[in-house]
Every structure is written in C-alpha cells, then in structure tokens.
Design a protein around this ligand. Structure first.
Ligand SMILES: NC(=O)c1ccc[n+]([C@@H]2O[C@H](COP(=O)([O-])OP(=O)(O)OC[C@H]3O[C@@H](n4cnc5c(N)ncnc54)[C@H](OP(=O)(O)O)[C@@H]3O)[C@@H](O)[C@H]2O)c1
Length: 337
C-alpha cells in the first residue's frame, strides 16, 4: 500500500504518557503535518513543553480524512484502537498502534524501523509498534542476530513506572513522598503492588506456564520481528521504582562463533544504538528523554562458548513507544526509491 503524500493530516489518539510523548516527538522531529488533531476520551486543553493543544473527544467523524493516526489509548475490546481503527482505515488512514491488540496478527507488520522496515510494504492500513521492553532488546540484538544468528536469550527487565502509564508514574511519586513523610501509603491502583521502595516480578496478568503477559510479549514479538521462531527466549519482567527508562540484563548465545570485539563493532555501526564503554555503563537517569538504545557491560560467559551477557537501557516512552511510532510514520511518507 503506498504511503500518504506530505504534508499530510496527522492524528494522535490518547494524551497520557505515550500520547504526550508523541506530541513532543512529532514537534521535535518537525514531522510534516498539514494539520494535527488530538483526540482522547474527553475534550480539554493541554500543554506539552509549553505548546498548547486542543484535545477533542474521540468519534468516528473526527477520524475522517486523517492520513496517519497514531494510537496511544488504552488496550482491549473497549480500547481506542480496537474501537476506532477500523473506521479510520476505511476513510483512508494508516494507523500505527502502540497497544498490544494487533501485534501478533499475521497481516499486521510489527516494526522497529532499524530492524525490519521492509515489513512495512505489506501493511493493510494497520501497523503495530512493539512492546517497549521488546523494542530495546531487539534493537540491541538484531545486528548480532543478522551477523551470527541467535539460539538462546534469557532476559530480566527492570521496568520504569511510566511503562504502566501516567497514573502509575504519579502513584510512584505519591507513594515515595508518603514513605519519606512516614505517612500511610495509599493502596496501589495503577499497579498490582506498592512500587515505592519496592520491586515486584509481575507486569501484566499471569498466563501460560506461569509467565506474565509482558514476558510472553517479549518472546513472541521478538520471534516475529526477527522472523525467527527458532530462538529460545525466557523473560522475567520486573517493575522497579524508576520513573522513566527500562533496563534489561540480557544473556544470549549465538549460532556462529562470535567475540566481544566483533559485537561491539556491530553496535558502533548500528543506527540508534549507543555503546557505553567500561568503566561507564548505561543507567535510566541518563537514558530518560533520550532517543538511543544504550548498551554496555558486554562480557563473555566464562564457561559457555559464544554466550554473552550485557546491559541495555532505553527510554520506554521514546524508543519504546512514541519515537518508534513516529519513525514508522516517517518511513511511510518517505518517497520510494
Ligand atoms: N507507557 C509506556 O511506556 C508504553 C510503552 C509502549 C506502549 N504503550 C502502550 O501505549 C498505550 C498508551 O499507554 P499510556 O502509558 O500512554 O497510557 P495512559 O497514560 O494511561 O494514557 C491513556 C490515554 O488514552 C486515552 N484513551 C483511553 N481509552 C480511550 C478511548 N477509548 N478512546 C480515546 N482515547 C482513549 C486516555 O484518554 P483520557 O485522558 O481522556 O482519559 C489517555 O489520554 C497503551 O496501549 C500502552 O500499552 C505504553
């Protein structure tokens, strides 16, 4: 399907953590929009970094005539993308969804532009943005997969509160200030447990074999993006009291012989990846509000050949959501060679 001609009408659905970041990224990257429409459940005026936006209540009518619709609403049957993307596509829009509702549908491309932009050519009006923890892991491992193959990945995540939405980030701040003031901590609402001064190994509901939905997303989405179902992946996803930027401890085994120097060279040559060399290492306080996927602490397994451990940090709202979605939109408007 050909992409829209620019400048084109762009619509952002949702003005929570990801929606506001989308507005910021569109502005920072000077996306060529002839008109920008902002929709959410209720109408109001908002300001993002000093720029004012009029938010309209979502309706099928408001989606008519849009060329690109970036969905950052809630997920599920009653969520924004499930309810409204069919009407937007019928009226000619290409929809890019940040949620998980369509990611595993075979007809929906699941895209990280630096990794599999080629999959965009087969879209049928809907493109899915991968999960935030999947994006940073796959962005870091894709060059290694391409050069050496990957047979095994074991990942443990350290995920920021904003990954569960703006209310979860606010409740981390409230809980922390209550704890510091020795006041009672309100019962958790946006998250399953108290996050202030705590960590917990549950992101999403528990599913098959005792893994959570977030853990299954990391397995299935990685295999889909890399077009490789042979990679054995085990994930443990953990929420930590950090506001922005997820960290990941990743162990991986390559199919072909590989070495630390060769992997670092691949990372140095990969767009979007920033190698942080020892004695430094990436941390959320440095990665927050940045575009790069930061990689570091690469070391060989002492006993197993072609096995390595590394540490990957990236802003879940930027490369993990808004930036990746806008990069997909940029691919769509790029004239074909
Ligand atoms: N947070 C992350 O790091 C991250 C990363 C990757 C993907 N995602 C995905 O991105 C999506 C948005 O996440 P978020 O963290 O930004 O959530 P959020 O902070 O809770 O914000 C949700 C926004 O969606 C709007 N909304 C909800 N239902 C809607 C509907 N039916 N129609 C129109 N608007 C609707 C809400 O409108 P009102 O403000 O009017 O209530 C709100 O502005 C989710 O699917 C999430 O899984 C999030």
């Amino acid at each position: 399907m050909p992409g829209p001609k620019t400048p084109c009408r762009v619509c952002v659905v949702g003005v929570g953590a990801v929606g506001q970041e989308l507005l910021r990224v569109l502005r920072q990257r000077r996306f060529p929009a002839s008109q920008l429409t902002v929709l959410a459940r209720s109408a109001r005026d908002i300001s993002v970094d000093g720029a004012a936006y009029r938010v309209q209540a979502i309706s099928e009518k408001a989606l008519q005539g849009q060329a690109i619709v970036l969905f950052a609403g809630t997920e599920g049957e009653k969520g924004a993308a499930v309810t409204f993307s069919p009407a937007a596509i019928r009226s000619g829009a290409v929809c890019i969804d940040n949620g998980s509702d369509f990611r595993m549908k075979p007809e929906v491309p699941l895209v990280i532009p630096e990794v599999n932009a080629g999959d965009l050519k087969n879209h049928k009006g809907l493109i899915a943005n991968p999960n935030c923890s999947t994006i940073q892991m796959v962005a870091a491992l894709a060059p290694i997969h391409r050069a050496f193959g990957l047979k095994r990945i074991i990942v443990s995540t350290y995920q920021a509160a904003s990954g569960a939405g703006s209310k979860a980030a606010e409740s981390l701040l409230t809980e922390t200030s209550c704890l510091l003031a020795d006041k009672p901590v309100p019962a958790p609402q946006a998250l399953p447990q108290q996050l202030g001064f705590n960590v917990f190994p549950q992101i999403g509901p528990f599913e098959e074999l005792g893994y959570t939905s977030e853990e299954w997303k990391m397995v299935r989405e990685t295999q889909k993006i890399l077009h490789d179902e042979t990679i054995a992946i085990t994930a443990t996803t953990v929420r930590v009291p950090v506001l922005d930027a997820h960290s990941e401890s990743i162990y991986f085994e390559t199919v072909k012989p590989a070495g630390v120097g060769g992997i670092k060279d691949l990372w140095r040559a990969s767009p979007g990846i920033a190698l942080v060399e020892e004695p430094e290492y990436p941390m959320p306080i440095q990665a927050a509000h940045r575009d790069e996927v930061f990689v570091g602490r690469l070391r060989p397994d002492p006993k197993i050949e072609n096995a390595f451990a590394c540490w990957v940090v990236s802003d879940n709202l930027r490369k993990g959501a808004a930036l990746n979605a806008v990069q997909i939109a940029e691919c769509l408007i790029k004239p074909s060679p």
